[in-house]
Design a protein around this ligand. Structure first.
Ligand code: PMP
Length: 304
């Protein structure tokens, strides 16, 4: 990734891609306290547009607030930086990665007097879980790793350190021949994927875990708004593993994963064992929305 042409916004300046570097004693590299976002820009008839930019930037600032980290830029500047990296790298569509981290000014976990650095990079990134899987669904397993406890990791924050848990779960799942992991919370209830929120459908009703240790996903919120427009009821509640086994349909949501159908869990087919009709409807509406093909919610798209 590091060796390519292009520009990365770094601490207020556009820097050539290969020169966007940091020291090996960068504090966040050692202790994992950094906050970041995953944002997408989509091709629309009016050019590339970032989907729900303000909500992502707000979540970034909330993540920093949770960790007592002061971002040395205002929201407008980071919004503009995200537009600029898409525009100046000539990307028709993009995955955008803003990251705020502590610098190499000192070591130790007291972490005082550290400078907060901010970078924003953007690159082309297609379907996170594969084009074919978007049609037919993915196979997942319940992870042997537990999702964070709410008083161990701050689950409202999208923080770098939280993803060690995600990586353990995903690498285990992939090693065992699955596409993705489903993590249970510390009480054994279904929580989320390694980088996605989860939904199940049963008898025309959609269920999703209430937000305790899952990330407050922006795609989750988008899908819930779309469900309201389609008059599909959504219930947030505790969900057990076997409720997923007997669901009619299941899907993951995330900025990277978009709306990804789940066709199998722990060796059991979910519903018909392929993408279900409600999932398909939501998926297609989601793509219409992000590509600006709907009239509703124009405020969700920011042209770069
Ligand atoms: N949960 C986790 C752990 C994630 O990493 C993500 C991706 N950011 C999500 C859920 C989905 O969030 P969003 O829809 O805002 O991308």
């Amino acid at each position: 990734m590091a060796d390519r042409d292009g520009l990365i916004w770094m601490d207020g300046e556009m820097v050539p891609w290969r020169e966007a570097k940091t020291h090996v004693l960068t504090h966040t590299l050692h202790y994992g306290m950094g906050v970041f976002e995953g944002v997408r820009a989509y091709k629309t008839s009016r050019g590339a547009a970032i989907f729900r930019l303000q909500e992502h930037t707000n979540r970034l600032f909330n993540s920093a607030h949770i960790f007592g980290m002061t971002i040395p830029w205002d929201r407008e500047t980071l919004n503009a930086a995200q537009c600029a990296v898409v525009r100046e790298n000539n990307l028709a569509s993009a995955y955008i990665r803003p990251l705020c981290f502590y610098g190499a000014e000192g070591m130790g976990i007291r972490a005082d007097n550290l400078r907060v650095h901010c970078v924003v990079a953007a690159w082309e990134w297609g379907s996170y879980l594969g084009e074919d899987n978007m049609k037919h669904g993915i196979r997942i397993r319940v992870s042997s790793y537990t999702r964070h406890h709410v008083n161990v990791t701050m689950c409202r924050a999208k923080a770098t350190g939280s993803y060690a848990n995600s990586m353990l779960a995903l690498q285990e799942a992939v090693r065992d021949g699955y596409d993705e992991a489903l993590l249970l919370d510390a009480s054994g209830y279904v929580m989320e994927g390694s980088g996605e929120n989860v939904f199940i459908v049963r008898d025309g009703v959609i269920y999703t875990p209430d937000l305790t240790s899952a990330l407050d996903g922006i795609t989750r919120r988008t899908v819930m708004t779309l469900c309201a427009e389609l008059d599909i009821p959504v219930v947030e509640k505790r969900i057990t593993r076997d409720e997923v086994y007997i669901a009619d349909e299941a899907f993951f949501t995330g900025t990277a994963a978009e709306v990804t159908p789940i066709r199998e869990i722990d060796g059991r087919a979910i519903g018909s064992g392929t993408r279900g009709p409600i999932t398909e409807r939501l998926q297609s509406l989601y793509f219409d929305q992000v590509h600006g093909r709907r009239d509703r919610h124009p405020e969700w798209l920011t042209l770069v």
